[in-house]
Write a protein that binds this ligand. Structure first.
Ligand SMILES: *[C@@H]1O[C@H](CO)[C@@H](O)[C@H](O)[C@H]1NC(C)=O
Ligand SMILES: *[C@@H]1O[C@H](CO)[C@@H](O)[C@H](O)[C@H]1NC(C)=O
Ligand SMILES: *[C@@H]1O[C@H](CO)[C@@H](O)[C@H](O)[C@H]1NC(C)=O
Ligand SMILES: *[C@@H]1O[C@H](CO)[C@@H](O)[C@H](O)[C@H]1NC(C)=O
Ligand SMILES: *[C@@H]1O[C@H](CO)[C@@H](O)[C@H](O)[C@H]1NC(C)=O
Ligand SMILES: *[C@@H]1O[C@H](CO)[C@@H](O)[C@H](O)[C@H]1NC(C)=O
Ligand SMILES: *[C@@H]1O[C@H](CO)[C@@H](O)[C@H](O)[C@H]1NC(C)=O
Length: 547
């Protein structure tokens, strides 16, 4: 374990990770010295990748996901081999040359114009996995394989039909073979997480339509009167152009709408300040309206909100917020925001550090001094857990679904501060994974993170390869590889951990004046909530699996 030697390392580095004294601008800490044990954990990450890949290849090749318990497969993402495509850039970064050739060859020969499945195809998932991985790999591998751009174009040209008439916001799903949208409600994560991929495709193809469509969707939502200042409601009806209900959250279903506001500003260096200003305003409003601390141990969290009521919950998905605020705080030269990100990182890590497996659950509840409504009634055992750990595992949400967000933010915390404790936490998580997740084949999620003998979840998601193992690998690897601000080769990760090259950073992002919105004009409609991506447990609230 890295912990054994961390005190020596702290001594050697002095306080080089003291972000309070840092100047604004650069995202990464000036001094990043990996502890010596990092090399061993880097190799261990590659070993886990190869074990997972070998099982996928044996039992699920060409399908979307391996089912690691039944040693079979599932096809929930179009049936185009989601695991192979989503893993491409991780394979490249790990230097696994033979696997790369095989995966590239597969990707460039898939017929994306039709789906072999009966499913309606999700714009968001298709964009963040297939389109993003193809374009990021094209960039990373030095523009050698233009067929990857051609494949992304087939997908995006099809999805461009999700904008109907003069709707600014696309429908969330396509009847793929028919090239017609599935008319229905969507959410802001689905509608607001296309800019990085579609904008990059515009650059590679010269066709600006992709960028315009994806930007227009975000701009429309950002300008629509929200239920709370600068915080749009989660659900949306493209037909009427109105919000559905008033649910506000940084968690699944809303999450990457906020995430991409600042990442798109950084990636595109656009002169249109609405993206950075909307992000700054959302952050500011969240600090004023949603930020709470737990009565036990003072953990920082961002509550959810619905029709005037605060809901004291957090989630694994929402833990991306910690890293996103560190990144955005740096880009806005605002240490208040960076420090919120670091505090949120501590409470997210606490959900790992507090369980029997050392792995965090899907949803958690808190109590604050001004309220304790969570939408569920905690048992005596939950309250006793809360008294010890300052959060409780939300009833029915004790699973770990191979999600990346806590290790994603932990990667940002390491790169932003240079504090080796984050490298140690990554190593601790990897040790927990190799102890508790080995399934009949490869690795599987577990139904109860607080049991050392939990049953498994029979689905190895492609984000295990694309995100979890990539963020672990990068945490243990030379920090100049995929640097968050190396001149002219800056990488901004999409929400599935695919890095895009960005131009040198501007001095500051945004106009300095947060976007002004008018909650008094908020006019939600009621309509059926959108069909959501499959989740392993029944969500307590209308939330999706938005990554
Ligand atoms: C690439 O695919 C083609 C046809 O599917 C196959 O013949 C060839 O051997 C493959 N090459 C590699 C390196 O896998
Ligand atoms: C779409 O077309 C493919 C290829 O013709 C076919 O295998 C598949 O069943 C079709 N899917 C639907 C939903 O009709
Ligand atoms: C650009 O892409 C859009 C969306 O797919 C398409 O309708 C349009 O024809 C393309 N323009 C050109 C010049 O290819
Ligand atoms: C487009 O919007 C205008 C008003 O904003 C409306 O009158 C018109 O009917 C819309 N057209 C379509 C095709 O929806
Ligand atoms: C597109 O290219 C321009 C000019 O090279 C660059 O400034 C911009 O960041 C690129 N945008 C994206 C989304 O890659
Ligand atoms: C930094 O962000 C916080 C939170 O939004 C805000 O209150 C503060 O005014 C910002 N500081 C500067 C210098 O802009
Ligand atoms: C929750 O709040 C209610 C009402 O203020 C209070 O009676 C109750 O003790 C609180 N429960 C916990 C576990 O803090």
């Amino acid at each position: 374990m890295l912990g054994r030697r961390s005190s020596t390392i702290v001594f050697a580095l002095g306080c080089s990770w003291d972000i309070f004294g840092a100047l604004g601008g650069p995202v990464q800490a000036p001094v990043l010295v990996l502890p010596p044990e990092a090399a061993e954990y880097r190799q261990k990450t590659i070993d886990v990748f190869e074990t997972s890949w070998t099982a996928y290849k044996e039992y699920a090749w060409g399908h979307d996901d391996l089912s690691p318990v039944s040693m079979s497969y599932s096809d929930a993402y179009g049936g185009w081999g989601a695991t192979i495509v989503d893993a491409l850039d991780t394979i490249w970064l790990m230097g696994l040359t033979d696997i790369f050739e095989e995966a590239l060859n597969f990707t460039t020969s898939v017929d994306f114009s039709v789906t072999p499945t009966d499913d309606q195809i999700d714009l968001f998932e298709t964009t963040i996995r297939y389109v993003a991985a193809s374009l990021a790999t094209y960039e990373l591998s030095g523009y050698q394989y233009p067929a990857l751009v051609e494949q992304a174009k087939v997908l995006v040209d099809k999805m461009a039909y999700a904008w109907v008439g003069n709707n600014s916001v696309p429908y969330g799903y396509m009847n793929w073979n028919e090239t017609t949208p599935v008319v229905g409600t969507t959410n802001i994560a689905e509608a607001g997480t296309l800019t990085m991929e579609w904008g990059t495709l515009s650059n590679f193809t010269g066709n600006q339509t992709y960028r315009k469509l994806s930007e227009e969707s975000v701009i429309y939502i950002a300008n629509l009167p929200p239920p709370l200042p600068a915080l749009p409601a989660q659900d949306f009806d493209p037909t009427t152009g109105q919000f559905v209900g008033s649910y506000v959250s940084w968690g699944g279903g809303s999450d990457s709408y906020f995430e991409y506001l600042i990442k798109w500003a950084r990636l595109s260096n656009t002169d249109n300040n609405i993206f950075a200003d909307a992000w700054a305003a959302a952050v500011d409003s969240s600090i004023q309206n949603l930020a709470r601390t737990s009565t036990v141990l003072d953990w920082q969290y961002m509550a959810d909100w619905d029709a005037g009521e605060i809901i004291h919950i957090g989630s694994h998905l929402e833990c991306y917020l910690a890293g996103n605020w560190m990144l955005g705080g740096k880009l806005l030269n605002n240490d208040t925001i960076v420090n919120y990100g670091l505090a949120l990182m501590e409470s997210c890590w606490n959900t790992y550090a507090s369980t029997a497996t050392g792995i965090g659950p899907e949803y958690f509840g808190y109590f604050s001094s001004d309220g304790n409504y969570t939408g569920s009634t905690p048992s005596d055992g939950d309250i006793a857990f809360y008294e010890r750990h300052g959060f409780f595992i939300y009833p029915g949400e004790s699973d770990y679904y191979l999600r990346p967000e806590v290790l994603e933010s932990n990667f940002y915390a390491w790169r932003v501060t240079g504090d080796p404790k984050y490298v140690q936490r990554a190593a601790d998580a990897l040790d927990s994974f190799t102890e508790y997740l080995p399934a009949p084949s490869a690795y599987a999620g577990i139904n109860d993170v607080d049991a050392t003998d939990s049953t498994f979840i029979d689905d190895m998601q492609s984000f295990w390869f694309a995100e979890v193992l990539k963020y672990l690998f990068l945490t243990f690897n030379d920090p100049s590889v995929i640097s968050l601000d190396e001149l002219s080769l800056v990488d901004v990760f999409n929400t599935e951990a695919h890095p895009f090259k960005a131009p040198p950073a501007k001095e500051v992002y945004g106009s300095g004046t947060p976007l002004s919105t008018d909650p008094s004009a908020f006019r939600p409609i009621s309509a059926p909530l959108p069909v959501i991506s499959p989740a392993p447990a029944v969500a307590p609230l209308p939330v999706s699996s938005g990554l």
